[in-house]
Design a protein around this ligand. Structure first.
Ligand SMILES: NC(=O)c1ccc[n+]([C@@H]2O[C@H](COP(=O)([O-])OP(=O)(O)OC[C@H]3O[C@@H](n4cnc5c(N)ncnc54)[C@H](OP(=O)(O)O)[C@@H]3O)[C@@H](O)[C@H]2O)c1
Length: 277
């Protein structure tokens, strides 16, 4: 979802070599090193991951291989070629249990509670081995080229009069377009290396996010607010999600990179998404 849009955008400005699982398995160290030797990149950007959060709980070896170990291959390739490594990470490196009036900053200690979060944290540790690196932690990502929450809600609204959506989990919906713009700004400005929280500005809940999607799309389906506890009673198999995914953007803003409000990005996305259908 992110990689496809990023490649399309960057190709307008840079000489880009894009890879997919078919053309380069990032778990294959030799192949990663060979590709970097061939391309001699200035930047290497890793958008690849095993992103199925529930799947990570079951396929733990694969999750660790892709999200954790493989990142060391890319970091090694970056180091060998004196390239700067831009790696995408997640709010799931935090436990998500901070009181909701507080916000996670980059200097807070990660403590993941899911397999996905644990493997992505190993990925962060490996990304840092590149020396010249940016770890961009994003959250609640949606975009044109992939399955995501916005598309699911639009689809469900087609044959339901009412949807029940959790109203006690807080975070920042983030469009892939905004994240691409953040990556482009990082490439342009090359601020101090390190971790940067990279989401749209502003916070909401999944329920209020859904209401905004429907308001902007002109959909009349009612959105009923429920608690995470009520949701768990309805769907006992579902895995627990963080109640607080709020990431501070102060460090990003101090670097001169100011993401737009989530409502603005959502409106921009829906114009394209609804045009396609
Ligand atoms: N989506 C979110 O809500 C969210 C939230 C926070 C952070 N993030 C992070 O944001 C980044 C981009 O996410 P996304 O939603 O764009 O993910 P995505 O749509 O699931 O794309 C990940 C891509 O990685 C590929 N891949 C998997 N294993 C690979 C391997 N061994 N070698 C090479 N490619 C491999 C996948 O290929 P296949 O499809 O063929 O398997 C897929 O094309 C990831 O780092 C993710 O952890 C996402």
């Amino acid at each position: 979802m992110l990689g496809g849009e990023l490649k399309e955008r960057l190709e307008k400005i840079y000489d880009v070599t894009g890879t997919t699982l078919v053309t380069l398995d990032i778990c294959d160290r030799e192949a990663v090193l060979a590709k970097a030797r061939e391309v001699k990149p200035y930047f290497i950007i890793n958008c690849a991951a095993y992103t199925n959060v529930d799947g990570c709980e079951v396929n733990t070896d694969l999750a660790m291989a892709v999200n954790g170990t493989a990142v060391a291959n890319i970091a090694e390739a970056a180091r060998e070629n004196d390239a700067t490594f831009i790696h995408i990470s997640t709010d799931y490196v935090f436990p998500g249990n901070l009181p909701v009036d507080q916000i996670y900053t980059e200097d807070m200690e990660p403590a993941p509670v899911s397999a996905y979060g644990r493997t992505k944290l190993v990925g962060e540790e490996n990304a840092a081995k590149a020396g010249k690196y940016y770890i961009l932690r994003t959250a609640w990502l949606y975009g044109l080229g992939g399955k995501n929450f916005v598309k699911t809600m639009l689809r469900l609204s087609q044959d339901r009069d009412e949807l029940t959506v959790v109203d006690d989990q807080h975070g920042s919906p983030t469009s892939t377009t905004t994240l691409c713009k953040i990556i482009e700004a990082i490439m342009e400005k090359e601020p101090e290396y390190g971790v940067y929280h990279s989401t749209n500005e502003g916070f909401t809940t999944w329920c209020k996010f859904t209401r905004k999607i429907f308001e902007l799309a002109g959909i009349s389906t009612n959105v009923k607010a429920i608690t995470s506890k009520e949701y768990k009673e309805m769907y006992p198999q579902s895995s627990d999600r963080p109640s607080n995914s709020k990431l501070s953007k102060e460090k990003l803003k101090a670097a001169g990179i100011v993401p737009v409000q989530w409502e603005v990005a959502l409106e921009e996305y829906l114009k394209e998404e609804l045009k396609e259908n």
